[in-house]
Design a protein around this ligand. Sequence first.
Ligand code: 1CP
Length: 381
Amino acid sequence: MTACRYLLRLILGTIEGMTPSPAVSAAGTLAADHPLMDGRTADSPLITAYRGGKPSRRPVWFMRQAGRSLPEYLKVREGIAMLDSCLRPELASEITLQPVRRHDVDAGIFFSDIVIPLKLAGVGVDIVPGVGPVLDKPVRTAADVAALPKLTWEALEPIREAVRLTVAELGKTPLIGFAGAPFTLAAYMVEGKPSRDHLGPRTMMHADPETWNALANWAADASGLFLRAQLEAGASAGQLFDSWAGSLGLADYQRFVAAASSRALDHVRHLGAPLIHFGTGTSELLVAMRDVGVDVVGVDYRLPLDEANRRLGGSVPLQGNIDPALLSAPWEVLEAHVREVIAAGSGAPGHVLNLGHGVPPETDPDVLTRVVKLIHSISPE
Ligand code: 1CP
C-alpha cells in the first residue's frame, strides 16, 4: 500500500470510527477472493439481471424467505430470541441457507434485521414476538439524538463472520446483503415501536428539521456501515429497505429523506456491487428512489411492472412483484398471476422475480418451491 493510500485509509477509518478492514484491498474495492470478484457469482442469473444482461434462467428470490414460513427455521429458533439468533454467526448462517436449500432460489438474503446496527451500537432495542422492534427509550429530542452511541466497525464482527460462513456454503449462489433506509429505521427510533402512519417522524421532520436531519444522518451511517460489512465479507449485492417510505409524499421524501438514503449508500458505492432500493406504497416515489443512486428498483405489489417501467423511463432493471396475498390462493390463480407479472416485467431492462413484500408467515413453503419451479421453467427470452 502506498503511503498516500495508507494515509487516506487511516483518515477514512478515523472518520468512520473504524480500523481498516483486511477484507478490503488497498484500492478500497472488494478483495480478489470475494465471490463477486473470483468468478463465483458475477455471471449468476441474479447478478446478470441486476446488471441489465441476459441471464441463463429467470432469477427469483423472496423477501423474508427465511423465517416463520419454514418449519426448519422454527426448530432452530426454539428458545432463542430473534436478535440473539442474528448475532450467533453459525445460526444466522444456517437460517440464511435454509430457504436456498429448500426452494432453489437464485439468492440467499442474509438473515438479520434492520435494527441490528442499533443493537450493535449499544441502543436498547429488542424484537418483541408478534410486535416487532421496540426501543427502551424513543429518540425524540436533539439531546436524544446527540446521545446516540456510534456504531463501530469492530462491533460488526459477528455480521462479517456470519456472512463469511454463509458464502463459503453458497458457492455460485449470490448472497444479498441489506440494510434499513434511514427513514424506515428512524421511524422505529422516533415511535419506539412499529406504527402504521409514522406520525412521529413525519411531525419531527417539519417541526424540528435540524434534529430530524441529525437523526437521519446517524441512521444513514449505521445502516451504511452494516451494509458495508456484509458486502466486504462476501455479499454480492445490497438491498436498501425503505419499507415505510410510502407514508411520505414525494415532496417530503425529496426534502427530508432522499439525501440521507444516498448518504447510506455512499458507504458502499465504491465496492461496485449492484444496489437495489425497495419500499412499499412507493408508486409515486419510484423515480426519486432511483435517483438516490441505485442499479435496481424493487416494486411492491400495488403497481404493475410495465407501469413502473414506464414511470422510470426504462432506465433500470426491476425487482418484484408477486402479490403475497396470492400465495394462499388456488394454484391456477397464483400461476396466472405469476405469468402476468413476468409478462409485465418483460419490457424492463432486466427483471428479477420477487414478491411485492415479504413472505407471510402462514405461507405453505411448498407453494414457494412450486413458484420457483414455474419461474425457472419459463424461458428468459
Ligand atoms: O421471531 C421472528 O420470527 C421475528 C420475525 C422477524 C424476522 C424473521 C423479524 C422481526 N425480522 C426478521 C428477519 C428479517 N428482517 C430479514 C431477513 C429474513 C429474510 O428476508 O429472509 C430482513 C431482510 C428483515 C428486514 C426488516 N426488519 C424490515 C425490512 C423488510 C420488510 O419486511 O419490510 C423491516 C421493516 C423490519 C422490522 C421488523 N423486524 C421484525 C418485524 C416483525 C418487523 C416489522 C414490524 C412492523 O410491522 O413494523
